[in-house]
Design a protein around this ligand. Structure first.
Ligand code: ZN
Length: 98
């Protein structure tokens, strides 16, 4: 079973909002549900590499962190430019999306 193939039949409305305060929100994407947490960049002192554009996310730059909402997804956290995250699903096939 392909974990990305969720099939149809889901209603348009489902409760979201993590059970853990401060963890961010859950977004629905064609490849599944993702936790997304915005990072203001304030106080950041680390450079991350965005998997969307393969460019650095400099300290102090607001961006976001996402990880899959399915089991084991908490080990797949990635830091993204906000725009790159939004464009993630339009990237070509065969490329890693996280
Ligand atoms: Zn990027």
């Amino acid at each position: 079973m392909d974990p990305f193939d969720r099939g149809g039949g889901r209603g348009p409305i489902r409760p979201v909002g993590g059970p853990v305060p401060g963890v961010g929100q859950v977004e629905e994407w064609p490849d599944g549900d993702w936790h997304v947490r915005r990072v203001t960049g304030a106080g950041a002192d680390k450079v991350y590499r965005c998997p969307g554009c393969d460019q650095e996310i400099r300290p102090g730059l607001p961006h976001l962190v996402s990880w899959p909402a399915w089991a084991g997804g908490e080990h797949e956290r990635r830091h993204w430019h906000t725009a790159c995250w939004r464009n993630r699903i339009r990237r070509g096939p065969g490329r890693s999306r996280y």
